[in-house]
Design a protein around this ligand. Sequence first.
Ligand code: DX5
Ligand code: ZN
Length: 218
Amino acid sequence: MIKIAPSILSADFACLGEEVKKVEDAGADLLHIDVMDGHFVPNLTIGPPVISCLKGRTSLPFDVHLMIENPEKYVDDYINAGAQILTVHIEASVHIHRLLGYIKSKGVTPGVALNPGTPLADLEYILDQAGMILIMSVNPGFGGQTFIPQIKDKIKALKAMLNSMSLDIPIEVDGGINEKNAKEIIEAGADILVAGSAIYNAPDPSKVIRHMKEKNPL
Ligand code: DX5
Ligand code: ZN
């Protein structure tokens, strides 16, 4: 079953509680929370205090995507803020194997994210620690960008790699996903689709989520 994770990056931050409720009521499965530090990516967003405020406002699991340098310094803060899935970029941590193991030891699902230019081979020796793999389909930093078409081949290759190793690790894909391209991304092997602008800018988010899950392109 495909899961949809709306990204609050495209929400109206002046009324974040209601914006979260809106996508929960619309059929979302996870709440994707983009954390940017202005160093790892050229943009700044929110941190642990804002995420903590959302606890109790929704029953959606928090899928926290850290686009920050030195993530090992901050993972405890995000775990305490309520992350149930905590994803760190492979490019941001020298000791990614240890970091994923640490997140797992705290009872949180460790996700590992790959930028579009990062090869799948980098995953080879950390798959034993990964609870989710996030494939970026745009260069991270901003919502509303265009899906990079070559990433479909990367998703297919990752799916084949996991199958050949009999590993059942969910693949999340993030960036530029909408009602039109969701079908082909799911067919390439995605298990979780992140969508920010396609959901939050739509007049009827529930329709977008339903179409994406039903692989029913516009
Ligand atoms: C990009 C973020 C994404 C982004 C997706 O750096 O990680 O989660 O919010 O937004 P859309 O769906 O608009 O590309
Ligand atoms: Zn994201």
